[in-house]
Write a protein that binds this ligand. Structure first.
Ligand code: ADP
Length: 189
């Protein structure tokens, strides 16, 4: 069973690429953002707590997303592989994942990292706001806070995975098709 991480700043195109990847390779797409938005839509206790944090651009606590991921992995033992999207987002989450996967007989096979400069992150999120209507995409201060949270908490994962030797970078400032082709090339190796 394969375990891939789709990595990158908010708005880098992870969700768009994830859809195409899982269609072609039959992996299970696990987006912590989608899982959290599902909880919010259902109005669960977890969803209510998460909404507050998400709508101001903060991360939800590590234990919350770690629990969600573990449950999904444990419940899906018959898939070909997993594509994590938006997880891990902190060093602590990455360490938990590294400790968890061997329990399931696996490891992180590769980190597919989509790069995008901050100005474009901003533009893409504002554009997506018009299409998807996500509350965390509409407010300038929230977007700025998400970008700075990305730099302080998530970006350190790049050197974490570079040290492990499974980090692969893909230019995100390109067409959807070109980015997808670059990703497939790595997955087909
Ligand atoms: P984006 O790619 O635009 O950041 P996501 O759907 O991945 O959107 O995430 C939306 C929000 O959900 C994040 O800003 C954060 O508050 C929360 N979230 C998602 N994944 C995680 C995670 N792994 N750890 C903590 N918070 C998360």
């Amino acid at each position: 069973m394969k375990y891939y991480i789709l990595f990158g700043p908010p708005g880098a195109g992870k969700g768009t690429q994830a859809k195409q990847i899982v269609e072609k390779y039959n992996y299970l797409h696990l987006s912590t953002g989608d899982l959290l938005r599902h909880e919010m839509a259902e109005g669960t206790e977890l969803g209510k707590k998460a909404a507050e944090l998400i709508n101001r651009g903060d991360l939800v606590p590590d234990e919350v997303v770690e629990g969600m991921i573990r449950n999904k992995i444990a419940a899906n033992r018959d898939v070909k592989g997993f594509l994590f999207d938006g997880f891990p987002r902190t060093i602590a989450q990455a360490e938990v994942l590294d400790a968890m996967l061997p329990e399931f007989g696996g490891k992180v096979d590769a980190v597919l990292s989509l790069t995008l400069p901050d100005e474009l992150v901003y533009e893409r999120i504002l554009h997506r706001a018009m299409i998807e209507g996500r509350k965390d995409d509409t407010d300038r201060a929230t977007i700025e806070h998400r970008i700075s949270t990305y730099h302080s908490k998530t970006e350190p994962l790049i050197s974490y995975y570079k040290d492990k030797g499974n980090y692969r970078e893909i230019e995100g400032n390109d067409t959807i098709e070109h980015v997808f082709t670059a990703i497939c090339k790595i997955l087909d190796e």
